[in-house]
Design a protein around this ligand. Structure first.
Ligand SMILES: *Cc1c(COP(=O)(O)O)cnc(C)c1O
Length: 420
């Protein structure tokens, strides 16, 4: 459920007419619904109410906008970060350092050092050497870094190859079969306080079975670790729950996921940590765009919109589907291709799709664009960096400015020797 609905024939986000936003902010622009963000945050928390003491850390790579982070922080969410930049954002949004988890396969020494200085709550280690380096850094500061070991359970999550992370050929985590010995060595590091294990097997998961299989492997692993005398107090089960993008999509409900988690983990006697990303924000956002031209095509016309692959990369990257709807639909329909202005054939949002009939100047939205949308935007083709708006009831605010090409190239320099 989201809050992008028609009022008197015109799409609104909560109480704000999307035509007003287009007029005042321009297009393309991302629009987020606070009510939807809060609702998703609460539904997920509620779904896990049978799973004991849980920590919730929003995977902020899905949508790192400071205002979005602020809403989720108010809902009691910490942050799962994968770079120093994301850590800085989480702190700037007011998320306490103790509620920040640092994930990621390529944390640099500089990033580890900054995270230690910030006092973040948990490091998810991806390889043994990382643990040694972090342990030495912490020891030199007279600290013990709280850490878990991310294991790779070798399950096929059944999702798109580019967002599958839990197979042994993927770059993430350590081989679960080698985790016990490695954990033993890490637990001996003076500068580390090993708390348990972490997994994250992929994104946009539509099947609970691989998640359950992975969790069962983790359950066996913690029993084994305890046999060796290790103190296991925390297990991080990652994120990955899928969301519906189109009619007929039927991902597992948060409630079914929560029930499975409660059943599988009931004897674990640990604090559980979750890192939802897409689930919280995907359907809380839409990309508002204007039709530039309707261009006749060989089979179907091309609806050329002013949003492009640099603003919303998912269709070009993952062949992803985003529903397309006119802001003021007439009721008539057409079959069309939808594409942006960027000079790549990959800058295509849909082919041969039945959509609301639109013509030049009409406004439309791509739905479900609140996760892995603005965060992946670039300025390719020297287009502006897309702005973001947050709606709350009948008020809205621009929460990220449109950054113009002039501002971006002001940071570039032509060296002296070329100026003659
Ligand atoms: C991306 C990521 C997540 C969030 O994934 P979603 O599919 O958006 O829920 C969680 N944890 C880690 C380690 C990630 O890399």
């Amino acid at each position: 459920m989201d809050h992008f609905t028609a009022v008197d024939g015109t799409l609104h986000c909560e109480g704000v007419n999307l035509e007003t936003i287009a007029q005042e902010v321009g297009t393309p622009v991302y629009v987020y619904s606070t009510a939807t963000l809060r609702r998703h945050a609460r539904v997920f928390r509620e779904a896990l109410s049978g799973a004991g003491r849980v920590h919730l850390a929003f995977a902020i790579k899905a949508n790192p906008n400071l205002a979005v982070l602020r809403v989720l922080a108010q809902e009691g969410y910490g942050a799962d970060v994968v770079s120093g930049g994301e850590m800085a954002r989480a702190l700037a949004a007011g998320i306490p350092a103790s509620e920040i988890v640092f994930s990621g396969v390529g944390k640099t020494r500089r990033e580890l050092s900054a995270a230690l200085d910030a006092g973040i709550g948990q490091f998810n280690l991806e390889l043994e050497e990382e643990g040694e380096v972090l342990g030495a850094m912490a020891h030199a500061r007279g600290l013990r870094a709280p850490a878990t070991l991310r294991v790779n359970p070798d399950v096929d999550a059944g999702t798109h190859a580019k967002i599958s992370t839990g197979r042994k050929e993927n770059k993430f985590g350590v081989d679960i079969d080698r985790a016990v010995e490695m954990y033993g060595r890490l637990a001996e590091q003076d500068g580390l306080s090993m708390r348990g294990v972490a997994i994250h097997i992929g994104s946009q998961l539509f099947d609970l079975a691989p998640l359950e299989a992975a969790f069962l492997r983790v359950g066996a692993l913690i029993a084994e670790l305890r046999k060796f005398g290790h103190f296991i107090s925390r297990v991080d089960l990652g994120g990955g729950l899928g969301v519906p993008y189109k009619a007929g999509d039927n991902p597992p409900s948060p409630a079914d996921y929560g029930a499975m988690v409660a059943r599988v983990t009931q004897d674990w006697d640990v604090e559980l940590m979750f890192e939802p990303g897409r689930l919280l924000t995907a359907n809380a956002g839409a990309l508002l765009t204007e039709v530039v031209w309707v261009k006749p095509g060989a089979v179907n016309p091309y609806v050329i919109v002013d949003a492009a692959m640099n603003d919303l990369a998912r269709p070009a990257m993952y062949d992803a589907w985003h529903d397309f709807e006119a802001v003021r639909p007439s009721g008539a329909r057409m079959t069309a291709n939808i594409a942006g202005p960027v000079c790549e054939s990959g800058d295509t949002f849909a082919m041969g799709r039945e959509i609301d009939r639109v013509s030049s100047g009409d406004l439309a939205i791509f739905r479900s664009a609140g996760a892995y949308g603005a965060t992946m935007a670039s300025t390719y083709n020297s287009r502006a960096l897309v702005p973001e708006v947050l709606v709350d009831g009948d008020r809205y605010a621009v929460v990220a400015d449109r950054i113009l090409p002039e501002t971006i190239f002001a940071a570039e320099r032509v060296p002296e020797w070329l100026l003659e």
